[in-house]
Design a binder for this molecule. Sequence first.
Ligand code: ZN
Ligand code: ZN
Length: 435
Amino acid sequence: MIENQNPAPIWSPPEGYIQVDSQLPGVTVYAPQPEGPTTDQAVSYNCPHCGANVAYNVSAGGIACEYCGFTAPVAPTRVGKSADSFEFTLETLSQARRGWGAQRQVLHCDSCGGELSIPMGALTTTCAFCASNQVNVITTPEEALRPRFLIPFKVTPQGTPPLAKTWLGKGWYHPNALAENVAVRNFVGIYLPFWTFKARVDARWRAQVGYQKTERIFNHRTNQWESRTRTVWVWEDGRVNLNVDDLLIPGTAPKHLSHAILKQLYPFQMGDLVAYSPDYLAGWRAQAYETTLTDAWEMGKGTIREDAKQACYQKIRSSQVRNFSMSADFSDESWRYILLPAYLAAYRYEGKVYQVMINGQTGVVAGSKPVAWWKVWLAIAALLAPGGFLTLIGLPLTLLGGIGVFAIALGIILFIIGAVIGFSLYNSARKSEVG
Ligand SMILES: [Zn+2]
Ligand SMILES: [Zn+2]
């Protein structure tokens, strides 16, 4: 009689396998747990005491109810610079969480097409991007990736009008009425989407570098030795390694938010990054990225290539370079999707819309301002006048000899100096108008 002395151990499915529906009775089937977007319970933000809507309060650093005084701190999981990044694999994307993790609704602007995520029940009548009131609340599926990190607001909403007032009063070539009549009070705190990239870059360059060579040549006509300089072109090549860290690419489309203004808000102190929690967004607006990860990385690579090119040029010991070519190999690329705090406002001046932004962490203000062009032209005229005047006086004085020539020469020099300063003045005025 054969007896099974060693009964087979009870089989258990490998880790990560779960029991699934079986077609055969009596047969148990296990399959790997399906991977995909994990949906978790969306949180709603109501006061446990009085039921009113609660919001994240910047001064309190937590959730606060303005009706009964209930507060609950958000335990910040500070991750700072060590906030982990993700490799560029389909796996990390498919497993990433989606949505905001809280009940929120989408505000759609019919005028500019901008969309913002707003808290449930929030009353909003204007678009934060274009100040239009053609807005409506829509429901869209939450397909965007969930942010992993954010920097909480440090500047309170009450602190924004004084910052804007100081900023509006800066510069002399704006309309006098601007600082007096315009008060930007409609600032809206928004968590803006950003991608950050890390990468190692190995750049190889090749170029013809020009060097000045001085030669002594015997001139047969004058019967003398003369020195002559000429440029000698030499092919050179080299390698440059760059470590790119925390390269920020805005996730907001440029048509909704001027990237030129946005970049004037930099830098953000990345050491203040905390792990994302929907608590921070309670009562606040947020924007999901409009620029996809792939498109943002293309933009990022463009910026990095430009940096690498500059680094290569610095290795070249001459300022004369021609036929420059460079190949850049990227490795260890990784990304993060983060939210950064900003206040946005748009104001109208004589029918035109101007954008103002405040860095919600540092309080730096940037934006566009109307320009009183008559002031600029008057200043340019004043800059050109001395040189022009001196030259005109110098012309009849040439009849008297050397003094006239001296006056004209000085006049031309002053005129050129005035033109250079005037041109840079014109450029900065134009830039401040556009943003
Ligand atoms: Zn309450
Ligand atoms: Zn709009």
